[in-house]
Design a protein around this ligand. Structure first.
Ligand SMILES: [Zn+2]
Length: 307
């Protein structure tokens, strides 16, 4: 019995030791679990620096909207600006097909005669509305003074049938802006459809038609030397080719409408050379009747029943 009692005591002792070993094991497990939990919570809640998306459209969307129709553009993020503005242009409805569309513009025609060849360039009502939308983005950015804009630009693509040139697309290239000047990146405008060519440019200016309705010396320099990727190959825009037939340039000041200029390569080249060698540059002669440099052309609106 003594042995038995002793045995019992021993067993009790042993089972008591086992109990405390289990307790320690459980405690250790609990501490591990707590530690692991703390690490997981720490990792998931650690504030990481916000990395901008590699997708330009995501970056542009992350900047939000100034109002319902106007995205906030970034002076330095050229590819995000192009991505959001091209997406915006895609959404512009055709005024004739959607009676409640905010813009109900008529089609516009600009005729130019370059190197003896007549070109009647036609913008559909929708394309006029697309350019109006770009202007809204330009003039309604935050923090602008009464005459200021965030300059916005677009290339005009078109197709020719004899003298008639239909604008086929308005495409925003990647651009940076600061105040009233633009800086284009060597843009890839993507594939062109059969017969599609670059036919012109559009951009906004600050101010009024009287003070800013004319090309600037920066514009002139770009027109002489600008390049872009068109249809898969890099091209100086000013040289005529299968993808380039530059016919006109439109400047739209904040307070005003289109101020259009025939893209006469020879005269623009001469004016540029004169401005380089003998400043000041007589840019105003681009719209001065009687001047050899006068390239100003007016636009006409089509009656509604011709849409
Ligand atoms: Zn300009």
């Amino acid at each position: 019995m003594v042995f038995a009692d002793g045995d019992l005591v021993m067993r009790r002792v042993r089972s008591g030791q086992r109990a405390s070993q289990w307790g320690r094991a459980l405690l250790v497990c609990a501490l591990y679990a707590l530690g692991l939990g703390a690490v997981v919570i720490g990792l998931t809640h650690k504030k990481r620096p916000v990395t901008p998306s590699v997708h330009p459209l995501d970056r542009a969307r992350a900047r939000g909207m100034v109002d319902d129709l106007v995205p906030r553009i970034d002076p330095q993020d050229a590819f995000a600006n192009a991505a959001i503005l091209n997406a915006l242009l895609d959404e512009v409805p055709h005024p004739r097909l959607q009676a409640d569309a905010g813009c109900q513009a008529r089609a516009r025609i600009i005729a130019v005669q370059l190197d003896g060849r007549l070109s009647r360039v036609r913008f559909s009502g929708r394309q006029v509305c697309q350019l109006k939308r770009l202007k809204e983005v330009s003039v309604r950015q935050e923090g602008l003074g009464q005459d200021e804009v965030a300059e916005v630009a677009a290339f005009l693509l078109g197709k020719r049938l004899d003298s008639d040139v239909d604008v086929t697309r308005v495409v925003v290239p990647p651009f940076r802006f600061s105040g009233d000047s633009l800086d284009f990146l060597a843009a890839d405008l993507g594939p062109l459809s059969a017969g599609e060519q670059l036919i012109g440019t559009y951009h906004t200016h600050p101010g009024t038609e009287l003070t800013q309705g004319v090309l600037s010396d920066t514009d002139l320099a770009y027109m002489v030397s600008g390049q872009a990727q068109l249809g898969g190959s890099g091209r100086p825009l000013n040289e005529p080719g299968p993808h380039t037939d530059w016919l006109l340039d439109i400047v739209e000041p904040k307070r005003g409408d289109w101020n259009a200029y025939a893209h006469d390569r020879r005269r623009l080249g001469e004016l540029f050379a004169r401005c380089q060698s003998r400043p000041p540059c007589p840019l105003n002669e681009l719209r001065l009747g009687g001047s050899d440099y006068n390239l100003f052309v007016r636009f006409y609106e089509e009656p509604l029943d011709e849409e």
